[in-house]
Design a protein. Sequence first.
Lengths: 278, 310
Amino acid sequence: MSIEQIRQAMVAAMFALLALPGLCNEKAEPDPARSQYWPPIRQMMFGERPIEDGRDVLRIYLNTRADDASTVPVAVKAQIDQSDGRYIKTVFLIVERNPSPAAGVFHFTPDSGRVQVETRLRFEDFSFVRAVAELNDGKLYEATRWVKAAGGCSAPGGKFRIPENMIGQMKFKFWDDTVEAAKPALVQLMIRHPNESALAADFDPTRTPRFVRSVKVSYAGKTVLTADVDFSLSDNPSFRFFFVPGQQGELEAVVEDTHDKVYVHRATIVEGVPLPGG
Amino acid sequence: MGFNNQRIALAALLLALAGGLAQAQGFSLREVAPGNFVHVGSLEERSPANGGDQANVGFIVGSRCVAVIDVGGSLPVGQSLRAALRRVTDKPVCYVILTHMHPDHVFGAEAFRAEGAEVVSHGNLPAALAQRLRTYLGALRRDLGDLADGAGIAPVTIAVDVDQERVLDLGERRLRLRAWPVAHTDNDLTVLDEATGTLWLGDLLFVDHTPVVDGSITGFLKVMDALAAIPARAFVPGHGWTATAWPAALAPQRDYLAMVVRDTRAALRARRTMEEAVDTVGASAAPNWTNFDAFHRRNVTAAYAELEWE
Ligand SMILES: [Zn+2]
């Protein structure tokens, strides 16, 4: 099921759930197994398939008390190595209580190097965040974290309007001065984009909200990261992940939004040569 | 305390004793310059105990009519302000001026609806507030319960475009309004009463309360430089109060914002992640400000998201 299908189905299903009391008043962390929000989402996305405790497969890192509900950094890190025999094929990142709960679906291959994705999420309410990993054998594993959005659930949008001519600007930011061939290197992809929420109070339902729908990153023609994403990501979406450089190659990001605009950004990476902006 | 203030305090006391408007209890006004009346809000976080009375609000009285500047964070606060205003003057309210979109400044609007006043804001306010309205009202209900009843917004009838000025005449008193580029928010508006040189800043100035960045931290600093050049004789911050003169009163906020910018840039240069920056930047400033835990880490998050593009 594509993230788009999930979104459409869920937005309908969520209307029933929106009638449930908000969680903003919860003082203590509720029991994730008893969440009223999870069963319909789980059913929609995974049907009756069993989901096992994922603590040995992947972990979620984020602050339980989020500082800014519009920009909550989250990291999902694999606890297993990618190998041809056993690898993480897909990571589903879910903000249970958001109106469109499937925030991102990230696809990986045995060549992905280290499976690790960091991004920034919006929260409509206090919520569980769930990361479900699907392995190549079809088994599902789940990690869960409870998040309280500090200062209330009060930050639906960007801080100000991004001028049209800036939308789609991108930047790669590296965490090392140079790369070494075959050694995984961390890079952050930054995208200037309003990532409009369809659920902002003033949203005109006859218009398609403009948000980033897919991100594809490749190095030297080989896929590094493919993600279907959503307006549960913060404005100016950011992704930090590993890629495995060779002696020389081009790192390329292709980003598509829901208004069918396609943005491309490239950087040439050469072993031992200072990285651009790095 | 001037005669007016004494009279107002007494009136408020009598009202409270009469068991009337509970929200009038302690709703004090001070006349900071002739014809400029300010109610200083609570520095505590919003709760049923303070009823959403966070922002500094007030009004300016001309010979013909009155301009209200911000209407408070709930209908009861707006009603208290209107009751206080009516104890000072019976002139009609011709303008309700909103300094920016934040709930603590705008949600008491319903209290002034019957006045039929023009509602004046920065040109960006209607869209910015509309986008956030659902979540703002939800959070208000969560924090205030029944006291959130009647909270809402008034349709803006006069919008001032960014970088533009607009003069409103209250009769022998001209107010010079200015719409600023993105700073505290993307819809900050200041009011200068020309007769007394009183500058109403909205949340372009926080005193004691941790400054909040919901726009652009670098923009905020630039706008503060421009504000410092205004030769105001009196001023009204959005939160808190001080005896320090203008423009020296800008210094603590400028120092705080400049420190957050400097230290966040240093964290970016040191390739710290957003989480690491939020954990390390500026925590030593905590003793200088109230509500630091609620807002400082949020400010660093916003600063990081802005400055990482440099
Ligand atoms: Zn404000």
